[in-house]
Design a protein around this ligand. Structure first.
Ligand SMILES: C[S@@+](CC[C@H](N)C(=O)[O-])C[C@H]1O[C@@H](n2cnc3c(N)ncnc32)[C@H](O)[C@@H]1O
Length: 251
C-alpha cells in the first residue's frame, strides 16, 4: 500500500519518535541539551517559580528544567500521544493536552517563565498564540522562543513543503509582541548552531539507519533524510535561520 503524504508528518507521534531515537533523547529541537543550557543561562533556578513549556512534545526539555531545579514545570502540547508518553515517562512534570490557541483551561494560572523550543513555527496563528500565552503570564514574566527564522519577503524552498510551518520573521514578531503586551528584550541569531546541529542529525540518521528502519520503514527513512537535507541546505544558503527571542510581559 502506498503511503499518503499526511502520514509523513514530522510532528506526528511517529515523526517525533524517529527524531527522539536519532537524537538519543526526548527532544525535537536542534542543539539538544546544549540549547536548553543556552536558553536557561539567563534564568535563576528557584523552586517556587512556575514554568510553562509550550509545545513540549515528548517532554525531555520540561524534565531537564525540573531536574535542574528551575521550578514547577507544566508542559502543554496539541499532540495527545506525545503528552501521554511524557506523562508516563516523566511523572514529576505536569503535562497537559492543550492547544496554545485555547489556553482557557489555564486562565487563573500565572507562569513566571514561559518557553517554547522549536514549536512556535508550527502554531497556525502565531499572534493569537502570543496573546494566549500572555493571558497566563503576569507583568514581569519572561518569554523565550527558540525557533526557525526567515528573512522578510524571503521564499522558503519548496522541498520543505508545509512541514516547515511559519518560521519567524523578525520584523513581524517585533510588532506582534508589542500588540500582545510583551516587550522584546533581544533576538540572538542562532543560525550557525541550527546548521551544525542538523549536519549532526543527518549523520545520526546514517549511523542509526537500522534502528530507524526497525521503528518505521524505508519510506520514512527516505522522507526524513530528504527533508532534513533540504533544511540543512536552506540554513547554509540563508533562506532559513534560527534565533532565540526573549521578551518580558508588560501591563
Ligand atoms: C518540533 S516539536 C518540538 C517539541 C519540543 N519543544 C522539543 O523541543 O522537543 C513541535 C511541537 O509543537 C507541538 N504543537 C504544534 N502546534 C501546537 C499547538 N497549536 N499547541 C500546542 N502544541 C503544538 C507539536 O505537537 C510538537 O510536539
Amino acid at each position: 500500500m502506498n503511503k499518503t503524504l499526511p502520514e509523513f508528518r514530522l510532528n506526528s507521534p511517529q515523526g517525533k519518535s524517529i527524531l527522539a531515537l536519532a537524537r538519543g533523547a526526548d527532544f525535537a529541537h536542534p542543539g539538544e541539551d546544549r540549547v536548553i543550557e543556552l536558553v536557561a543561562s539567563g534564568l535563576l533556578p528557584n523552586r517556587s517559580l512556575r514554568l510553562l513549556d509550550v509545545g513540549c512534545g515528548r517532554g525531555g526539555t520540561a524534565q531537564w528544567f525540573y531536574e535542574h531545579n528551575f521550578g514547577q514545570v507544566t508542559g502543554i502540547d496539541i499532540d495527545k500521544p506525545s503528552i501521554e508518553y511524557a506523562r508516563n515517562k516523566y511523572p514529576h512534570v505536569d503535562f497537559r493536552h492543550a492547544d496554545v490557541s485555547h489556553l482557557t483551561s489555564f486562565h487563573g494560572d500565572s507562569f513566571d517563565i514561559i518557553y517554547s523550543l522549536n514549536s512556535f513555527y508550527a502554531f497556525t496563528d502565531q499572534l493569537l498564540a502570543l496573546h494566549e500565552i500572555r493571558s497566563v503570564a503576569k507583568p514581569g514574566s519572561k518569554l523565550l522562543i527558540y525557533d526557525y527564522t526567515k528573512p522578510l519577503g524571503g521564499r522558503l524552498p519548496e522541498a520543505l513543503g508545509s512541514e516547515i510551518g511559519r518560521p519567524i520573521v523578525k520584523e513581524d514578531i517585533k510588532i506582534w509582541l508589542e500588540t500582545s503586551r510583551w516587550k522584546l528584550e533581544s533576538i540572538h541569531d542562532f543560525t550557525n548552531l541550527y546548521s551544525e546541529s542538523y549536519i549532526q542529525l543527518l549523520q545520526k540518521f546514517e549511523l542509526k539507519r537500522d534502528e530507524i528502519l526497525k521503528l518505521s520503514d524505508q519510506e520514512w527513512y527516505d522522507f526524513i533524510t530528504r527533508w532534513y537535507g533540504a533544511l540543512q541546505l536552506a540554513l547554509t544558503q540563508g533562506t532559513l535561520g534560527g534565533a532565540l527571542i526573549s521578551a518580558i510581559a508588560v501591563e
